[in-house]
Design a protein around this ligand. Structure first.
Ligand SMILES: [Ca+2]
Ligand SMILES: [Ca+2]
Length: 272
C-alpha cells in the first residue's frame, strides 16, 4: 500500500505551485548563468584586445628601433599624395562615416621594416586581414610594374570585429564642438591641423575633427551617433593603440580598451 501511494503521488504529477517554484528557480539560475557567461565572454574579449595592443606596440617599437626614428605623421604614396595617420574624421565627413584607417596606415608604414611583418604573423588569423587602403577617400597608390596601383594593407580588428585605432602625437587630443551632456559646447578649434607636406598651407588632407561626442547641428539637443575619436593625449608623447570597445564608439570612453590609459583634454576630462 505504502509503495502504491508513493507511485500514485509521482504519477499524479506536480501541483501548480510546485511547477511555478521550479520554473522560478530555473529562471533565476538561467539569469545568473547568462550574466556570468556574458562577463566571461566580455572580459575574455578585453584581454584578447589588450593582447592585440601589445603586439601592435611591439611592431611600433620594432619600427622605431630599425629606423632610429619615430613613426611619421603621414605617409606619402607614389602618386605624391599624403595620407595622414589620423584617428578621427576629416573635414565634412558624415556623422556616421567609417573610421579613418589609422592602424592599417600605421601597418603600411611599419611593415616596410621586415620584422614587423613577422611580428604581425603572431596575431591570431581571425583578427587580421588584408584590404585596400584609402584615407579621406583617396586610395593609397604605388607603382607596380610601372603602373600606379591601389595597394592593400593589413587590417587589425579588435575582439568585437571593429578596426583597432592608432593615435599619433601630431593628431592627439580633442577638436570640434562637442556635446557636454546638456548642451553644445564650442569655443575650441574645430579641427586639428598639421602641414604634413610642408608646403606652407593646409589642405583637406591635413585637417581632422577629433571630438569625443560631436554635437549634431541639424538636430539641436542630439549627439552624433558615434564620436570621432577618444580625444586621448599620447602618454609621454608616445603613440598609442586602443579599441572602441563593445559599443564600437570611441567617444564612449568608459568601455574603450587600452593597455595604458591616455589623459584626456581638460574640457572633456570629466565627461562621458
Ligand atoms: Ca600642406
Ligand atoms: Ca566605447
Amino acid at each position: 500500500m505504502h509503495t502504491h501511494s508513493k507511485t500514485r503521488r509521482v504519477r499524479g504529477g506536480f501541483s501548480l505551485i510546485e511547477i511555478m517554484a521550479v520554473l522560478a528557480i530555473i529562471a533565476i539560475l538561467t539569469t545568473i548563468g547568462v550574466v556570468v557567461a556574458g562577463r566571461v565572454t566580455n572580459s575574455g574579449r578585453v584581454q584578447a584586445t589588450q593582447d592585440i595592443i601589445r603586439i601592435l606596440d611591439t611592431a611600433l617599437d620594432s619600427y622605431v628601433a630599425a629606423r632610429e626614428a619615430s613613426i611619421p605623421p603621414a605617409y606619402k604614396d607614389d602618386a605624391n599624395t599624403f595620407h595622414p595617420l589620423w584617428d578621427g574624421r576629416p573635414v565634412g565627413a558624415a556623422a556616421d562615416a567609417a573610421a579613418e584607417p589609422s592602424v592599417q596606415l600605421f601597418l603600411l608604414i611599419a611593415t616596410e621594416v621586415p620584422e614587423v611583418e613577422l611580428i604581425m604573423q603572431g596575431l591570431d588569423a581571425k583578427f587580421i586581414s588584408r584590404a585596400p587602403i584609402s584615407t579621406n577617400g583617396n586610395p593609397v597608390r604605388k607603382y607596380v610594374n610601372g603602373v600606379l596601383t591601389n595597394v592593400n594593407a593589413l587590417v587589425v580588428k579588435d575582439a568585437w570585429n571593429q578596426p583597432m585605432r592608432f593615435v599619433h602625437p601630431i593628431w592627439q587630443g580633442g577638436a570640434g564642438d562637442y556635446w557636454n551632456g546638456s548642451g553644445m559646447t564650442g569655443g575650441r578649434p574645430q579641427y586639428l591641423e598639421f602641414d604634413v607636406n610642408g608646403n606652407g598651407s593646409i589642405s583637406a588632407q591635413e585637417r581632422i575633427r577629433r571630438s569625443f561626442r560631436p554635437y549634431n547641428p541639424t538636430s539641436p539637443g542630439a549627439i552624433y551617433p558615434i564620436g570621432d575619436a577618444d580625444e586621448g593625449l599620447c602618454p609621454g608623447n608616445r603613440p598609442y593603440f586602443y579599441s572602441a570597445g563593445p559599443d564600437g564608439d570611441p567617444g564612449t570612453r568608459s568601455d574603450n580598451v587600452y593597455t595604458k590609459k591616455p589623459e584626456f583634454p581638460t574640457e572633456t576630462k570629466g565627461l562621458e
